[in-house]
Design a protein around this ligand. Structure first.
Ligand SMILES: Cc1ncc(COP(=O)(O)O)c(C=O)c1O
Length: 381
């Protein structure tokens, strides 16, 4: 059997990892400023995480959601505390798309409506509703194009106001820092106005924190920079450092109904043990604070190097914490490939011209400095 060939691949197989470094099958080491697409939160193969997962696997990997699972309750309490959402409820599933799917279903069960407002350049996943709210016609199959969604511009409140005031909008879904869309940040004023409009018209405000959340922005959630509380928050990627898991955080105004949502694998014992270990490490090692500190250093230094003429082709540097976009006036393809092949450093990308930095949250100042030197080299400064 052949693999279904949907991914353009680098000719590299990663065999092992430690912290912010990975090694290929030839023993070549790479600095990882990509984190396997923002997934590695506490660093590759963190010993506490490996130990917790191993112990759990030796006890019980999985049992169904038809019995009590104290690990789910422990995770809910720990996440509530860590994120400042102790009064919210959580529904656990397995992927980012699935989290958004359930968030949108919940919103529709809540107010009985079917229209959704999403943002231009938004990415929310690849399953039915998640892909429909994703602003990329190339990945919306005809079966997903059901006319539920209006896409509106970032940080321009007027068109959102006009749509919400029609009174038929079920939900608004927002990434406070767009990931796939190229690291574009929502402003405080915009999100606060959206919050007021949603309250006035019984529209559900959903923040997709799948990429920008879990400490990456230098606060637990990116929307916490904007002083707004969403009705629903979706999390995935960093929650279990690479083991598939996701969650929907749900405000107390939503009443759970037996059977309305459900899942086979979601909230399994192994995933919960891993996610609790991730929170242990985030807290013990101060990784949210580290993301803020090292991210600020990276952004400030990149800007200073750009101003000094040391980063030719760089036209914009934006982001928060360890979620950084570097826009070039040339396609990212050549510098990004050279970063991997010559400098042995992984980065992400977006669109055609943006290099995206999404390292593990434990990136050290020294590793940040190493990246800047490598980046200067490939840009020819
Ligand atoms: C903001 C955002 N939402 C949703 C998703 C979808 O997550 P998954 O690929 O786990 O379904 C992604 C994945 O990149 C994402 O960045």
């Amino acid at each position: 059997m052949q693999l279904f060939d949907v991914y353009p691949l680098f000719d590299i197989a990663i065999e092992r990892g430690k912290g912010c470094h990975v090694w290929d099958e030839n023993g070549q080491e790479y600095l990882d400023l990509y984190g396997g697409h923002a997934v590695i939160s506490i660093g590759h193969c963190h010993p506490h995480y490996v130990e917790a997962m191993t112990q759990q696997l030796n006890k019980l990997g999985f049992y169904s959601n038809s019995v009590q699972n104290p690990l789910q309750k422990e995770l809910a309490q720990r996440l509530g505390k860590a994120s400042g959402y102790e009064d919210y409820q959580i529904f656990l599933i397995n992927s980012g798309a699935e989290a958004n799917e359930n968030a949108l279903k919940l919103a529709s069960f809540y107010n009985g409506r079917t229209r959704v407002l999403s943002m231009e350049k938004a990415f929310h996943g690849r399953t039915s509703l998640a892909v429909e709210v994703t602003n990329n016609p190339k990945i919306i199959a005809p079966i997903n194009a059901n006319g539920h969604v209006t896409y509106l511009p970032i940080n321009d409140i007027q068109p959102w106001k006009e749509e919400i005031e029609k009174g038929d909008v079920c939900a608004v879904i927002v990434e406070c820092i767009q990931g796939v869309g190229g690291i574009r940040c929502v402003t405080k004023e915009f999100l606060q106005e959206l919050r007021i409009l949603c309250d006035q018209h019984n529209t559900v405000l959903i923040c997709d924190e799948i990429q920008c959340g879990y400490g990456r922005s230098g606060k637990f959630f990116a929307h916490q920079h904007l002083d707004v509380k969403p009705d629903i928050i979706t999390v995935a990627k960093g929650i279990c450092n690479g083991f598939p898991m996701s969650g929907v955080l749900i405000s107390p105004k939503f009443q759970p109904v037996y059977g309305q949502l459900g899942t086979t694998f979601g909230g399994n014992h192994l995933g919960c043990a891993g996610a609790i270990a991730v929170l242990d490490v985030i807290e013990q090692e101060g990784l949210v604070e580290n993301a803020a500190k090292v991210g600020k250093y990276l952004i400030d230094t990149l800007k200073a190097e750009q101003a000094a003429g040391n980063l030719p082709h760089v036209v914009d540097i934006r982001g928060k914490g360890l979620m950084i976009g570097i826009e070039l006036d040339i396609p990212y393809k050549e510098p990004r490939t050279r970063l991997i092949k010559e400098e042995h450093c992984f980065t992400g990308c977006s669109g055609t011209n943006v290099i995206r930095l999404l390292p593990p949250l434990c990136l050290s100042m020294n590793e940040a400095k190493q990246f800047i030197e490598k980046f200067k080299k490939v840009l020819g400064a």
